[in-house]
Design a protein around this ligand. Structure first.
Ligand SMILES: [Zn+2]
Length: 465
């Protein structure tokens, strides 16, 4: 007797697909069969012949819980993620109060969010300039032992509770994290460059949306990545460039990989689809993010980076803010509005529509960048990110032909704004299955109680290639 049969599932086999029935027992994949006559199961899920991927993963979210729950909380964030076809997210350590940089803070966060999660989740560990200055770096190994998947550092300030690192402090962080064997993810923007040009533009009275992107220029990301690569080469740390926004970044990562360095990167759907001139002119603060949106050339070069492997996977940097107080408050301008946009509900559909359906990426590449590569990189594979027998029965079932448009009002996220509002897509999530249970169904919405999602720890480290 099986727990579940997912019938009529079209699963990827390289760049081809095969129609099969997936048997699930004890929340895990137990086998594949051509016919289900005579096989008993407590429940049958009909995938209706739709493409059925290993559960998609977003390894970069800011769900703001605990502390900033007027922006998002773990229930709204993971509901939005479930509706977007994600089965696992990994939350960042910075956007919460307290921020997460020690075992007590990890335990506090887990306690606050565990009864809210709809899908499975892991945690990034934290290390800041303050940890270096105060002699708190012992927390790095302790967090690694707890099961975090990597460590995040900010070269530019983000939230007051999570101080940035100076260059020498980042070097100390690299040395310490290198000993754990875990990746160190850097927000790669040079502080002095950004700070100087933001102040200069403010003084000149530049108030138009695009000024934000022109002040935090491509060069600021380029030199930050170059410094990160130099530190990785010196310390042996596994460098990961989070939310990489530029084509030049992809080129630098490619060169580092060719040199044999352990350097990886992610980009986000908005850096593949939007350019700053159009989006920031139209949406202003609602398209304000850091690093900023770039150019059409960068969109093109980042797709190319995904194809050639210099960009390893996709993540969202989902970071919603409160419209009335933090994006569009009276008197607020492009410099004072908070930087961040939502993303978990649209990541998979955008990659399906603009990537696979438009022929920019192959099926096997889509599986890698939405699921497998992040799981491998962060030590969650093959429990997550695979359709192996024994893997968690996490599935993202996609109707490849369904046409629709992104509507910023229709979202489970608390953030009812989106610079991708109105984008027409072909391909929509039909069902999201986490450990054998449908958590989201296109017709019924969220179908599990809050608290169904489980904490996933890093198990072991394996390289993507
Ligand atoms: Zn982020």
């Amino acid at each position: 007797m099986y727990q579940v049969i997912v019938k009529n599932a079209r699963i990827p086999q390289g760049d081809e697909t095969v129609l099969t029935n997936i048997l699930i027992k004890d929340e895990r994949i137990a086998g594949f069969v051509d016919g289900i006559d005579g096989i008993e199961a407590e429940e049958i899920i009909d995938a209706e012949g739709h493409l059925t991927l290993p559960g998609c993963i977003d390894s970069h979210t800011h769900f703001m819980d605990p502390g900033f729950t007027h922006r998002e909380n773990f229930l709204t964030g993971t509901s939005s993620a479930a509706a977007g076809g994600l089965t696992t997210i990994v939350d960042m350590p910075c956007c919460s109060v307290p921020s997460v940089r020690s075992i007590p803070e990890l335990e506090n966060k887990l306690e606050k969010i565990k009864d809210k999660a709809i899908i499975d989740y892991g945690f990034w560990g934290g290390v800041t300039g303050e940890d270096v200055r105060e002699g708190w770096l012992h927390n790095v190994k302790e967090q690694a032992d707890y099961g975090v998947i990597g460590f995040k550092v900010y070269m530019t300030p983000s939230v007051p509770t999570y101080p940035r690192v100076t260059d020498p402090e980042m070097y100390e962080a690299f040395r310490t994290v290198a000993e754990t064997g875990l990746p160190i993810g850097i927000h790669a923007e040079n502080f002095a460059m950004c700070d100087y040009f933001v102040k200069k533009f403010q003084k000149e009275g530049r108030m138009e949306g695009p000024a934000w992107a022109e002040a935090r220029m491509e060069l600021a990301e380029k030199v930050a990545i170059q410094l990160g690569i130099s530190f990785a080469e010196d310390t042996g740390a596994r460098l990961h460039i989070v939310h990489m926004s530029t084509g030049i970044g992809a080129k630098l990562v490619k060169e580092a990989k060719l040199k044999g360095l352990d350097v990886t990167s992610e980009t986000c759907p908005h850096y593949l689809t939007l350019n700053y001139e159009e989006a920031m002119s139209e949406y202003g603060a609602f398209a304000k993010i850091a690093p900023p949106l770039r150019t059409k050339r960068d969109n093109k070069e980042l797709w190319e980076g995904l194809r050639d492997g210099s960009v390893d996977f996709i993540a969202t940097d989902h970071a919603p803010y409160h419209i009335e107080d933090e994006k569009a408050k009276k008197g607020m301008n492009i410099w004072t509005a908070f930087p961040g946009i939502p993303g978990v509900e649209t990541m998979v559909p955008i990659i399906v529509s603009e990537g696979y359906n438009k022929g920019r990426i192959s099926l096997s590449k889509m599986v890698e960048i939405l699921s497998t590569n992040a799981a491998i990189h962060y030590g969650l594979y093959p429990k997550k990110g695979s359709l192996n027998i024994g893997a968690d029965a996490d599935l993202t079932i996609i109707d490849l032909d369904k046409e629709w448009a992104i509507d910023q009002e229709k979202t489970y996220s608390m953030a009812k704004y989106n610079p991708l509002h109105g984008l027409k897509l072909k391909g929509k999530v039909a069902k999201t299955v986490v450990r054998g249970k449908v958590v989201f169904d296109e017709k019924e919405g969220i179908t599990v109680k809050e608290g169904y999602g489980q904490f996933v720890k890093r198990t072991e480290y394996t390289k993507i290639r």
